[in-house]
Design a protein around this ligand. Structure first.
Ligand SMILES: Cc1cc2nc3c(=O)[nH]c(=O)nc-3n(C[C@H](O)[C@H](O)[C@H](O)COP(=O)(O)OP(=O)(O)OC[C@H]3O[C@@H](n4cnc5c(N)ncnc54)[C@H](O)[C@@H]3O)c2cc1C
Length: 375
């Protein structure tokens, strides 16, 4: 039976980035995945690095989001250097588009919230917004410009992170997923795999929306899939620099000229089908923002499953089982939160201290108090 300092169930962007951080400080690490790592939510994503809370309920995520944004240049630099691959990073800002009088009336409140959170944001008139992005519909009334927002190509990023981890010495096993956690008394001593058992001082559950299917993990990681449908468009008649937001819908330009349009949020179990209604929602939003996209070629459509938790916040940190950590539930923000998640798990494993308070995201928050074990 092989033994490691740390074993990780799941090789998406969260599992592979944790593996890379741990290997970078000399730990012996293995990642186990049911398939080729990085083909689930991390592949399906839009790749935006957008710390602005989408609604007041997500405000508690801000300290984590801001810390992650600060760690991005260092983390991405490490990934690109080790893998020899570019991840398509673009720090060109985002425009939040406002169409109605009611939305426009709320601008100063939104700006105030951004500034209080330390995020740069400015109001633009229709003309100012169209000067930045000439393809914008004349129907918009105003926009909020967030100049610091960025995006990357999540498919390249995930692939490069897996490769960087491998080159740092991480052993990556495809087609050998985790079936169950192995407990010895109150200690988690590794994983029961599809083929045999693996022993480790530390076990990390990072299997995205599939985490709750690993026997023993569900009480700590009660995640469910939230389907997001997406499409990639290409259109010579439209030049887009910045990410555009219209409510929950968005358009994200890539360096290769494609425009990624998304996304639905649907609770349909593990179904990944692309539907007429899903594509209609995305196209309606896209065409209302950039009318010239009506000539665009639809290059690809797909759907992915975000790992969502009962309160829509990530599930991060140690459990009441010695040696067991959870890193999932990143929902719509897993790409944004990649560097900070990897850093905090590494800090905990090496020193049992973390540089950002992750208590609000504890895996123990879903358990009735009476059932919480004392470690
Ligand atoms: C349409 C869409 C758009 C998004 N847009 C953004 C965005 O713009 N910005 C942002 O920050 N976030 C975005 N997200 C969210 C982000 O993509 C996710 O939060 C993130 O990718 C989750 O990464 P993960 O590694 O936890 O999960 P995943 O990428 O799903 O990886 C989980 C891995 O675990 C493996 N696995 C499954 N079962 C087992 C098992 N039993 N044992 C071992 N391994 C197993 C899977 O094969 C997979 O490789 C988006 C998501 C979607 C779907």
């Amino acid at each position: 039976m092989k033994t490691y300092d740390a074993v990780i169930a799941g090789g998406g962007i969260i599992g592979s980035s944790i593996a890379l951080e741990l290997a970078s400080v000399g730990l012996k690490v293995a990642v186990f995945d049911t398939q080729k790592p990085g083909r689930e939510a991390s592949w399906a994503s839009a790749g935006m690095i957008s710390p602005s809370p989408e609604n007041p309920a997500m405000a508690s995520l801000l300290p984590l989001s801001l810390a992650s944004v600060c760690l991005y240049p260092e983390f991405m630099g490490l990934v690109e250097e080790l893998s020899g691959q570019s991840v398509g990073y673009r720090r060109v800002g985002a425009l939040d588009l406002l169409f109605t009088e009611e939305e426009t009336a709320g601008i100063s409140e939104i700006l105030g919230q951004h500034r209080a959170a330390g995020l740069k944001a400015e109001a633009l008139t229709r003309e100012q917004a169209r000067a930045l992005e000439p393809g914008l519909s004349p129907e918009i009334r105003a926009a909020i410009h967030r100049p610091d927002e960025a995006s990357l190509d999540n498919r390249l990023f995930t692939e490069a992170t897996v490769e960087a981890a491998r080159r740092k010495g991480v052993e990556i096993f495809s087609g050998n997923g985790a079936k169950a956690l192995c407990f010895e008394g109150n200690t988690c001593a590794g994983l029961q795999l599809e083929t045999g058992r693996v022993v480790a001082r530390w076990t990390v559950i990072a299997a995205g929306c599939f985490s709750a299917r690993i026997e023993g993990a569900a009480p700590y990681a009660p995640v469910i899939p939230a389907k997001g449908q997406m499409m990639a468009l290409r259109c010579n008649a439209v030049r887009l620099e910045r990410d555009l937001w219209l409510g929950h819908n968005y358009l994200v330009p890539r360096n290769d000229g494609r425009i990624i349009a998304g996304a639905t949020v649907e609770y349909e179990g593990f179904d990944r089908s692309v539907t007429a209604a899903g594509l209609q929602q995305i196209l309606n939003a896209a065409l209302s923002v950039l009318p010239r996209l009506e000539k665009a070629r639809v290059e690809e459509t797909w759907a992915g499953l975000r790992p969502d938790s009962p309160d829509h916040l990530p599930i991060l940190g140690p459990t009441d089982r010695d040696g067991l950590l959870i890193a999932t539930g990143h929902f719509r923000s897993g790409i944004l939160l990649t560097p900070v998640t990897a850093r905090l798990v590494r800090e905990w494993i090496t020193s049992q201290k973390v540089s950002v308070d992750w208590a609000p995201f504890s895996p123990l928050r879903f358990q009735p108090m009476s059932q919480t074990r004392t470690a």
